[in-house]
Write a new protein. Structure first.
Length: 134
């Protein structure tokens, strides 16, 4: 029942245009994709358990990741929702407090019923497994 409620909340979160709402997520794992060197493919690190909060605030157009170094992102553009057979992807073009533009995507993995948040920087990517907090 809780899984159904979670999927229903995510559907309403991403299936319609929502304004003036704030959502909090709890990250349970984090992985990093870093370049392996010249001519070698990038590799994901082993998922590391974590307990941090991620805030998505539509009213203030911001995303905040409360890691050891708090990451503030201003949402500049809401990209169109992408739907595949196994994923629903909601993406945002954002700028951090240093003026660096990044892409952030919240991906609902329909086949395994889990959600992830990706932060795509130029040379690396963070991937967080997330759960919506009630």
């Amino acid at each position: 029942m809780k899984l159904f409620k979670y999927i229903l909340i995510l559907f309403f979160l991403f299936g319609t245009t929502i304004y003036a709402q704030k959502f909090n997520f709890k990250a349970t794992n984090v992985s990093v994709l870093e370049p392996a060197g010249k001519g070698k493919p990038a590799k994901w690190t082993k998922p590391t358990p974590t307990e941090l909060i991620i805030s998505l605030d539509y009213d203030k157009d911001k995303i905040v990741i409360y890691s050891s170094e708090i990451q503030h992102y201003k949402i500049l553009e809401y990209l169109p929702k992408e739907v595949t057979k196994v994923d629903e992807i909601n993406s945002f073009i954002c700028r951090n407090h240093e003026g660096i533009t990044v892409k952030i995507a919240i991906i609902l993995r329909l086949d395994v019923k889990k959600a992830q948040l990706y932060v795509y920087h130029k040379n690396f990517t963070f991937a967080y497994d997330i759960l919506e907090m009630e």
